[in-house]
Design a protein around this ligand. Structure first.
Ligand code: ATP
Length: 246
């Protein structure tokens, strides 16, 4: 079976500091994998490398068999990759629907001028509302991003990620900053993502993260130090050493 993601010998340094050190990682289609590690372990950098925002110094990245190592961000979307960010990247003064429409426009091979009258793109608007409905926000489609809660903004980001019908979805701390109630909602939405989509997630909330994860990769100083199924990783002495200090 072709792997959903195959990373080999990935390296990246910033100003002489090795942030990604010989990282190799393979994910199967549909897999739910968690990336954990202390602050500064290189988790977000790894996502940047997979997403194409950061270029590696060496190593390779394949998404469903296609070597994307040198491809720009947009081309990786065509390979089936979508991602959300640790920091919300929506346009705050625009409506939820407009944000999703812009996301959909970005996926079109022929780039339209985002300033053209969006009303003319009724089909895109309908699709945007449909996607918002998928995350329980159709009723707020015409609200501005800055007027909805942080948890709802996170759900818009998820809708945007899913708009691409990705085969590989990267979620960077999707629950960060959410209230307990909002967490439950977003967690449920993530659990409902179709099984055809493999998910790689960074999450600090261990209760949520461990429930989600089938496989776990532990990063420490840019290196994969433990990897395996949930039980193996949680019980591994290296994991306990990093998280519990013994
Ligand atoms: N563009 C950059 N230039 C220089 N250093 C960087 C850059 N991006 C990240 N770093 C450094 O690389 C290291 C890893 O950062 P990264 O954000 O990937 O870690 P992380 O595991 O995601 O941390 P956190 O859990 O705090 O989000 C940090 O020491 C960070 O300061």
């Amino acid at each position: 079976m072709t792997a959903a993601l195959e990373i080999k010998g990935l390296r990246k340094s910033f100003g002489g500091i090795a942030v990604t050190q010989d990282v190799s990682l393979t994910m199967q289609p549909g897999e739910r994998r968690l990336v954990i590690g202390p602050n500064g372990a290189g988790k977000t950098t790894l996502f940047g490398l997979i997403g194409g925002e950061i270029r590696p110094d060496s190593g390779s990245i394949r998404i469903f068999g296609e070597d994307v190592t040198k491809l720009p961000v947009r081309a990786r979307a065509r390979s089936g990759l979508a991602r959300t960010y640790q920091i919300i990247t929506l346009f705050p003064k625009d409506t939820l629907a407009h944000n999703v429409v812009l996301g959909l426009l970005a996926l079109l091979p022929l780039r339209l001028d985002a300033r053209t009258d969006l009303a003319r793109h009724a089909a895109l608007h309908d699709r945007a509302v449909q996607l918002l409905d998928g995350v329980g926000l159709a009723g707020k489609a015409l609200h501005r991003v800055c007027d909805v809660s942080y948890g709802e903004q996170r759900r818009v980001e998820l809708a945007l990620g899913l708009a691409q019908q990705p085969r590989l979805l990267l979620l960077d701390e999707p629950l960060a900053g959410l209230s307990q109630d909002e967490r439950v909602v977003v967690q449920r939405l993530i659990a409902q993502v179709p099984r055809e989509t493999a998910i790689l997630m960074i999450e600090h909330d261990m209760d949520v993260a461990l429930e989600f994860a089938e496989q776990i990769t532990v990063l420490h100083y840019g290196q994969v130090i433990v990897e395996g199924d949930r039980r193996t990783v949680v019980n591994h002495p290296r994991t306990r050493e990093i998280y519990l200090g013994h």
